[in-house]
Write a protein of this length. Structure first.
Length: 306
């Protein structure tokens, strides 16, 4: 018995060593940077070191709402953040539908080709994505050249410099980049569906669409629900890179989301301490949203995702 216990203990230590590198990575890159929150309580001007004579307490938290100009600016940023996150949430079903139709392609080589082509953009940086967009949509790009040669327009359209439909255009670029990658999880879920359920539906005379509606979709709903809950928890996090490369003087009012606002405030406006204070509040709200969505998941599904 003692030998068996020693073997189990050794196995447990070995399994812990397997995950230890990942724990270290999370600690270094996710938890150690939280030390930087201290800058929100100081009147910090880089590159000078922190000193207690620069301690200002909650000054920067209060300054967010101490005048109407700052409040209006923050409300515009939140409007953009909510709009773009809302669009992503509204169309969160798209990767699932894409995965279903991809799974219905009978030719295996063609299916692999489509999956590879739609997944590759996920590994392209946003700088390269903007380079592609600029090559296609600038005043001398392919789109304007074709439209002018067909006589549909007389002067080039400024697609990238336009402030119209900015939120929808950003969602389109994000979907083009991430749809194939997001569909992978649904493809894995489809492959785990019991084939006997599909066979039983075919024997009962169900058409392909009926099988998708009554067998495939209900089987994917638990996966979809968990992903939607996670997206709700990250509602305030749109990322910064996409909006940073696409921003310009013409669309800045509609493209500046919370993450980009914090970056511009710290790097462009010199408000380093204020940007950290906003980031702290954003993190707190995100954690609260995560807890609320997990509680909602337990109430509806009987189990959480944490």
């Amino acid at each position: 018995m003692n030998i068996l216990k020693d073997k189990k203990k050794a196995q447990s230590y070995l399994e812990f060593l397997y995950i230890l590198p990942f724990i270290v990575l999370v600690a270094v890159f996710s938890y150690y940077p939280l030390y930087g929150w201290i800058y929100a309580f100081f009147d910090y001007k880089p590159p000078f070191p922190l000193t207690m004579d620069k301690f200002v307490g909650f000054k920067w938290f209060i300054s967010m709402v101490d005048n109407s100009t700052k409040v209006n600016q923050l409300l515009k940023v939140l409007r953009n953040t909510f709009a773009i996150s809302g669009l992503s949430l509204m169309f969160s079903w798209f990767p699932m539908v894409f995965a279903i139709f991809l799974n219905e392609i009978k030719s295996r080589p063609y299916r692999k080709f489509v999956q590879t082509v739609t997944t590759l953009p996920n590994f392209i940086s946003w700088v390269l994505v903007y380079s592609i967009a600029f090559s296609i949509l600038n005043s001398t790009g392919a789109v304007n050249s074709i439209l002018m040669s067909l006589g549909l327009i007389e002067t080039p359209k400024m697609f990238l410099q336009s402030s119209e439909h900015v939120w929808f255009r950003m969602w389109l670029w994000l979907t083009w980049k991430n749809a194939g990658w997001a569909a992978i999880m649904y493809i894995a879920a489809i492959s785990s569906i019991d084939e006997e359920m599909n066979e039983a539906a075919r024997i009962d005379g169900a058409s392909k669409l009926q099988i998708i509606w009554h067998v495939t979709l209900p089987s994917l709903m638990p996966t979809y629900f968990v992903l939607v809950m996670l997206n709700l928890a990250n509602f305030l996090s749109n990322g910064m890179e996409q909006f940073f490369v696409f921003q310009n003087a013409f669309n800045k009012e509609y493209i500046q989301v919370l993450d980009l606002y914090v970056y511009n405030l710290a790097m462009g406006g010199g408000g380093y301490s204020l940007s950290v204070a906003i980031s702290i509040l954003k993190s707190i709200v995100s954690v609260l949203l995560l807890c609320l969505t997990n509680a909602f998941s337990k109430m509806v599904r009987g189990e959480g995702f944490l």
